[in-house]
Design a protein around this ligand. Structure first.
Ligand SMILES: NC(=O)c1ccc[n+]([C@@H]2O[C@H](COP(=O)([O-])OP(=O)(O)OC[C@H]3O[C@@H](n4cnc5c(N)ncnc54)[C@H](O)[C@@H]3O)[C@@H](O)[C@H]2O)c1
Length: 422
């Protein structure tokens, strides 16, 4: 618990903003959770969390404390001492869409007072805090960044569903546009997390986040491409990965999968390549190549399925295919940009009878119409093919292996004569 409760506004109550808001409340701060989505705010007010990292119990305790107020009213932002912006940063026709950050900054500008601190947490290209957020805050408040208010950037590293590395024990990179801003930003986050990592300006912090995600994106693409070649060469790539992973230095384990999803990997590296291209005129070739490989992984999954059915004398048209996992990764309900949706869409186009089991993903998240089922023994046994796309703990994988006539396991969790791996 902090000795210095602060009036905090968190703009955006999604996967990033909500955990930060609840942690801030639990540490004794007074928190307004501002979001433009009325439905979301209503659900939060009713104690219903949509984010795995915040249980309904924690949300209820925060609401009961009276120190957490979810709201859609911008007026409730008045009087903040610290404001955090955690709104989406999507791509629009391949280019960064910063309109959400602009709107959020505009809202805060109207309530900015001398001595307050504003921190951007949304993932974005280097320069956004100083070139976009600062000027909007200044124009809307008649105050001067650095002189009248503090401004900084602190990238969010939250990994939804990760129980080992949480918001609290994951070191938090912090930055400010000047020394006083850095001090203010650091002091606030020190009340929330175990360790802060100061860097010299928002640009280094913005780039650090994109470096982390681009590193992951590129390495996943490398292993995905290798998996496709290895299969064609008749080599068990998983065994090679296990063997390589015994090297205690200079190697980091990545595993193949049906593609990348979520809000980060399919999008963030493109923010960096856009910045490089627009400022320097160069293509960021690693990012372009990684996008190409990872974007095509769902096609590869479908091709493998077509071949597997073909080997049994079956056409895809009319075949019953059970997809296990619609989320982009295990134990999360996040299906944004999920490769499973692309797999499902392609199978539907080929005339398959597609069913999907995922206890975490609600239909609100889906823009495909597949029949939702539970992964029961009957459902598994009735399918011509089962595809394991997200290996949620909730799935009984032994039941799947025991009852399926054929499984394409993209996560390497099953064994058996009826199982093929990516
Ligand atoms: N989800 C992750 O795992 C993750 C991890 C690290 C960083 N990030 C980054 O954090 C940012 C937020 O991502 P998220 O996953 O929390 O998104 P999200 O979609 O889950 O939540 C964003 C929320 O912001 C709200 N919003 C949009 N415009 C607003 C406005 N002008 N004022 C108030 N609220 C507004 C939306 O209604 C939504 O509820 C993105 O930049 C993302 O790249 C996400």
């Amino acid at each position: 618990m902090t000795d210095t409760p602060t009036r905090v506004v968190i703009v955006g109550q999604g996967y990033v903003g909500l955990p930060v808001a609840i942690r801030a409340c639990e540490q004794g701060h007074d928190v307004v959770g501002f979001d433009v989505d009325e439905r979301r705010v209503k659900r939060l007010g009713a104690g219903e969390s949509m984010v795995e990292d915040v249980t309904d119990l924690r949300l209820a305790a925060a609401l009961e404390s009276g120190r957490y107020r979810p709201t859609t009213s911008a007026d409730d932002c008045a009087g903040f001492e610290v404001a955090i912006i955690s709104v989406p940063t999507p791509l629009s026709e391949g280019n960064p869409d910063l309109s959400y950050i602009e709107d959020a900054a505009q809202t805060l500008a109207g309530h900015l007072t001398k001595g307050a601190t504003v921190v951007l947490e949304s993932t974005t290209y280097p320069g956004t805090t100083e070139e976009l957020v600062g000027p909007i805050l200044e124009a809307g408040s008649d105050l001067v960044a650095g002189t009248d208010f503090h401004l900084g950037y602190s990238p969010e590293r939250i990994d939804p569903g990760n129980r080992e590395w949480t918001f609290v024990n994951t070191p938090k990179v912090v930055s400010g546009i000047d020394a006083d801003s850095l001090t203010a930003v650091t002091a606030f986050y020190e009340t929330l997390v175990d360790r802060t990592v100061p860097v010299s300006s928002p640009r280094e912090a913005e780039l650090a986040k994109l470096l982390e995600n681009t590193f992951r994106h590129v390495n996943i693409a490398l292993i995905n491409e290798l998996a496709m070649f290895a299969n064609d060469l008749g080599i068990n790539v998983w065994e090679s990965i296990d063997a390589a992973s015994t090297k205690p230095f200079g190697y980091m384990r990545f595993t193949p999968g049906p593609g990348v999803g979520g809000h980060c990997l399919p999008i963030d590296p493109s923010y960096l390549s856009w910045r490089v291209k627009s400022s320097l005129g160069h293509a960021f070739r690693f990012v372009e190549l990684a996008n190409d490989v990872n974007d095509h992984m769902p096609d590869y999954v479908v091709r493998r399925l077509i071949v597997a059915l073909n080997n049994r004398g079956l056409a895809m048209k009319g075949r019953r295919v059970l997809l296990l996992g619609l989320a982009y990764k295990r134990n999360t309900g996040d299906a944004r940009e999920s490769p499973s949706a692309s797999v499902a869409r392609q199978l539907l186009e080929l005339g398959a009878d597609v069913r999907a089991a995922d206890p975490h993903v609600s239909d609100d998240f889906l823009d495909i119409s597949v029949r939702r089922v539970d992964a029961t023994a009957d459902e598994v046994a009735a399918a011509d093919a089962v595809v394991l796309l997200a290996d949620h703990d909730a799935f009984d994988l032994e039941l799947v292996a025991a009852n399926a006539c054929y499984v394409l396991d993209t996560r390497h969790r099953l064994t058996g004569e009826n199982v093929e791996h990516l």
